[in-house]
Design a protein around this ligand. Structure first.
Ligand SMILES: Cc1cc2nc3c(=O)[nH]c(=O)nc-3n(C[C@H](O)[C@H](O)[C@H](O)COP(=O)(O)O)c2cc1C
Length: 205
C-alpha cells in the first residue's frame, strides 16, 4: 500500500528548485520517509518532480556544517550547509555550495575569508538556528573571531579557516572553493549527521 510521506518538518527552506526539509528526529532519526523509501523503489528523470530528486540526494548521508564569514558591515553571517566537500590536498582546497537566493550568498561569494565549522552531535540546535530565517543566529551561539577573521563556533568538532580561491556557477547555486589556511579538530567528539531529511547520530554496536 502506498503511504504518504509526512515528515515532522519544523522548518522548510525552498529555493527556486531546491527544498531542504528539516525534521527534528531524535537519535534514532526515524520518520515516515524511511518506511516509504525502503518499501517503494522510486525514480527521478530530468524534468520530473524535483522533490523526488531531493529524496534521492538525501540517501547520501552527510555531516553537517555551519559556514561563516564577516559581511561588509563587519557583522558575522552564517548558514547551515551539508554540501561541504573536500576537493584537493595539494593545494589544500574544499568547497561548499550556496543557493543563489540565500540571504548570505552575496556576502559569502564576496568574502576574502570564510570558515567551515563541522558540527558535533550536541550542536543540532545551532544547525536548526542557522537554517531558519529570522533567528538571532550568533546572539544565541557562542563564537569568537578566528585567526584569519571568520567566526568560529565554540565546541565544533572541526574548523577549516579558508581564503576564497574560486567561485563557480552551479545552476541555482554558487560553488565556493576555499583554500584551507588552518584546520583544527577535536578527535574526542562525535559528528552530527544528516540523512533523508533528519538529523542522525552515530550508533556503535
Ligand atoms: C542539514 C541542512 C543542510 C543544508 N545545506 C545547505 C547547503 O549546502 N547549501 C545551501 O544553500 N543551503 C543549505 N541548507 C539551507 C540553508 O541552511 C538555509 O536556507 C539558510 O537559512 C540560508 O540562510 P539565509 O537565506 O538566511 O542566508 C541546508 C539546511 C539544512 C537543515
Amino acid at each position: 500500500m502506498m503511504r504518504a510521506a509526512s515528515p515532522s518538518a519544523t522548518s522548510t527552506w525552498q529555493g527556486q528548485s531546491t527544498v531542504w526539509q528539516v525534521s527534528e528526529a531524535g537519535a534514532s532519526g526515524a520518520n515516515d520517509y524511511s518506511g516509504l523509501m525502503a518499501d517503494e523503489p522510486r525514480e527521478y528523470r530530468t524534468g520530473s518532480d524535483p522533490r523526488t530528486l531531493r529524496d534521492a540526494l538525501g540517501c547520501f548521508a552527510t555531516g553537517v556544517t555551519i559556514v561563516t564569514c564577516i559581511d561588509g558591515d563587519g557583522k558575522p553571517v552564517g548558514f547551515t550547509a551539508n554540501s561541504f566537500t573536500s576537493v584537493s590536498l595539494d593545494p589544500p582546497l574544499l568547497l561548499v555550495c550556496i543557493h543563489k537566493s540565500a540571504a548570505c550568498a552575496p556576502c559569502l561569494t564576496d568574502a576574502s575569508h570564510f570558515a567551515v565549522n563541522v558540527l558535533q552531535n550536541e550542536q543540532q540546535p545551532a544547525s536548526i538556528r542557522f537554517s531558519t530565517r529570522d533567528q538571532d543566529r550568533f546572539g544565541s551561539t557562542p563564537w569568537s573571531e578566528g585567526e584569519f577573521g571568520p567566526p568560529i563556533l565554540k565546541d565544533s568538532l572541526g574548523v577549516f579557516e579558508c581564503e576564497r580561491f574560486e567561485v563557480h556557477e552551479g545552476g541555482d547555486h554558487h560553488i565556493v572553493v576555499g583554500k584551507v589556511l588552518k584546520a583544527s579538530f577535536d578527535a574526542s567528539l562525535d559528528p552530527l549527521l544528516y540523512f533523508r531529511g533528519s538529523y542522525r547520530r552515530l550508533h556503535f554496536d
